[in-house]
Design a protein around this ligand. Structure first.
Ligand code: ZN
Length: 266
């Protein structure tokens, strides 16, 4: 499969899939999210692949959903609330859950910014390796006036109190803070990020694949029994309702949304 906005590298038993729009800080548009999903499915269906790394080319992991040009130029296919709901479900919710449910180990390899939708993708992985310059933020409440991103994974991967602070303030979590919060597994120097992530992936790749599949099944079910899946799908509906409120419309009519978004990776 040829991809334009993601890269797909096969490194022995490891597939490394990267956001590949470095000129746009790896902003996720419709094409990129579709290709990322196709790449993840390709890795899932390739029996020789045991571990999947998800990263980003260039300075940042990803600045999040592309607010400037989500759809190809000249197209604007969604004009109804119903259409918007279905689009967000497919591109933002279902694609993310496919990463979460992948029957293989996944590692996010993060440098620079992992913001909003990009942060959400990184947090769908089993493990996160971050470089010392990495930072994480979900500024959606502060900058878009909506309750966080579509998949509210944050309180499941750090303390509930830390997640509230981060979401209420929109402040960045540095790689070290994220390590201390238990959200990141390892912090490494920027120049060693690829090497260290790959070494970890190769170690995990030794595990027999069916045993890994069962391991993940049990780990994911543990969280499902605690209510993860129901909570995430309930939040998705709540998030969609927020997009339809007069308050959000009014909030976004003030100030420039794009300028507010740009500040996130500056
Ligand atoms: Zn949304």
């Amino acid at each position: 499969m040829n991809f334009e906005t993601v890269s797909y590298e096969k490194l022995g038993p490891v597939a490394r899939i990267c956001h590949n729009r470095p000129e746009a800080a790896n902003a996720e548009n419709a094409q990129l999210l579709s290709e990322l999903d196709q790449a993840v499915v390709q890795a899932a269906n390739d029996d020789s692949i045991r571990v999947v790394i998800i990263g980003g080319k260039g300075k940042h992991f990803s600045s999040g959903h592309d607010l400037k040009g989500f759809w190809p130029k000249g197209t604007h296919p969604i004009s109804t609330r119903e259409g918007w709901w279905s689009m967000e479900e497919q591109y933002f919710y279902d694609y993310c859950m496919r990463i979460w449910d992948l029957p293989k180990a996944t590692i996010a390899q993060v440098q620079g910014g992992a913001i909003a939708g990009g942060f959400m993708v990184a947090n769908m992985c089993d493990l996160i390796v971050a470089s010392d310059d990495a930072f994480f933020a979900d500024p959606v409440l502060q900058s878009l006036g909506a309750p966080a991103v579509e998949v509210l994974i944050h309180p499941w991967v750090m303390s509930n109190r830390k997640a509230r602070e981060m979401l209420f303030t929109g402040e960045r979590l540095s790689a070290r803070d994220a390590l201390a919060a238990g959200m990141v597994n390892r912090v490494v120097p920027r120049e060693r990020l690829e090497e260290e992530t790959l070494a970890l992936a190769n170690k995990i790749a030794n595990v027999p694949p069916f045993a890994m599949r069962l391991m993940k099944r049990s780990l994911n079910r543990t969280m499902d029994f605690q209510g993860l899946r129901n909570s995430l799908s309930a939040h998705f509906d709540t998030h969609e309702f927020a997009h339809a409120t007069n308050e959000q419309k009014e909030f976004n009519s003030r100030g420039n949304l794009i300028e507010r978004g740009k500040k996130n990776v500056a």
